[in-house]
Design a protein around this ligand. Sequence first.
Ligand SMILES: Cc1cc2nc3c(=O)[nH]c(=O)nc-3n(C[C@H](O)[C@H](O)[C@H](O)COP(=O)(O)OP(=O)(O)OC[C@H]3O[C@@H](n4cnc5c(N)ncnc54)[C@H](O)[C@@H]3O)c2cc1C
Length: 520
Amino acid sequence: MPTTFDDIVLGAGHNGLTAAAYLARAGRRVLVLERADHVGGAAVSAQAFRGVDARLSRYSYLVSLMPSQIISDLDLDLRLVRRRYSSYTPVPSDPSTGLLVDNGDDAATAASFRRLTGDDAEYERWHHFYARMTSLAERLFPTVLEPLRSAEQARELVADDDLWRAVVERPLGEVLRETFADDTVRGVVATDALIGTFADLDDPQLRQNVCFLYHLVGGGTGDWDVPVGGMGAVTGALAKAATDAGATIVTEAEVCSVDPSGVVQWREPGGRVHEERGGQLLSAFAPAVLDRLLAASGADPVSSGPEPEGAQLKVNLLLSRLPRLRDASVDPVAAFSGTFHINETFDQLQAAHATAAAGRVPELLPCEIYCHTLADRSILGPDLADTEAQTLTLFGVHFPARLGRDDNERAREEGLAAALRSLDAVLAEPLEDVLMRDGDGRPCVEARTPLDLEADLALPGGNIFHRALQWPWAERQAEEGTWGVETAYERLLLCGAGARRGGGVSGIPGHNAAKAILGG
Ligand SMILES: Cc1cc2nc3c(=O)[nH]c(=O)nc-3n(C[C@H](O)[C@H](O)[C@H](O)COP(=O)(O)OP(=O)(O)OC[C@H]3O[C@@H](n4cnc5c(N)ncnc54)[C@H](O)[C@@H]3O)c2cc1C
């Protein structure tokens, strides 16, 4: 049978769109199939509150991992803004004090450490630690758009055996206890290891270390930047690049079976089933989703291992203004501009993990908050643009999918209450007082559990990276020199977050799958 398309991309998340853009620009006939009525997957902007003209980055919100090469290769009209403040962390035992890390003022950061710890030693350790992490990031990040190196080659590239052991071979918890003396400081560093990853910091499997590495290497600096216009602007630019180059994107097309010889069946909303043939299939679905669709055509799965599980509560909020803080020494604008850590000391993170592992919602959910509108007000409509209104994204950690397996509604309510209690503990006024109301008079609060994300986005177990993140180098000899996207089937590649070096808003697996087809 003749092929209808050279390439069929399964899923119009930002990675599927990246792959489609590269392939279409190379002159290939490309079809993209997407079940939702819009593109973007977990990288979208949406009006989350009825009657309120604000387009929030509903799921993912900051960009670190997208290489500038992808932006320039695809001529993306995309602006990423660097945040001046890295983080603010109130001290849980005394929220009238806190640690402010100001990228624009080293002396102010040093003074903040001194106030917290009594001398300069912890700041010097912090400085030294991140200088070493930057050298690692600078060396490793450029490799993500190349064929996979072996672990040994990556280690040689890093050229610092102690650093390699600290990040790649020893549990991060052990390293942080050894490196830092202060519980708050240890916690600020540790949170990067726990984004979407349910792990004890001392877990010998080192999933927390892999997650930590992904949060450090982005752009060779580890900076997390604000996409102007929200995440929808990232996806919009990629979709435009793909369609301008001739790719066809079909939304409301639910793929119901994948035959790895190149045949895909999809269903339109009315139930009619269509069949397409492609020379190559590129799956941006989570591998567990792809496996179910392969099974529907009688084919073997491409992945193995435990069922993926996400571990976060995502809450979107709209406020009439920034709330006042119990720490009067810090300007709320500075505190909310970077990552605002709440009840995330090292010991609190460990205790919350133990509580959630025992099947309970932590009393004060450790969480981090970020305010998009302090960096970019373009996401607000004309009614709000000139007001003091602000959007807040809250990302609660150690909230695994298993907490909602019996009763997801109850888990959502308990999780939201625990997250808001956590936030209220550091505010000088109740959050309730500054929450805006939607067109129906309801508070502008949207909470999504891992199981909600599974339903909304087809993320297995609500895992935001499709499955546990993997080291960004070959872990088996057979993988060396590949693009980390290949499967057991010659005509089927992964091009989404579940590929090696996938996960996060990066476009990396989309690029790499296209390169696997087009040649380096
Ligand atoms: C709450 C949340 C917060 C996050 N925060 C950040 C962040 O700030 N920064 C960051 O870098 N990363 C973040 N992430 C992770 C990041 O968003 C994802 O890893 C990334 O967007 C995955 O992109 P993707 O294109 O590979 O897959 P997806 O975005 O998951 O796209 C897959 C697409 O396939 C479609 N699909 C699935 N099944 C079918 C089917 N049967 N038929 C047709 N279509 C189907 C889906 O609808 C979806 O559009 C976050 C994720 C979440 C959920």
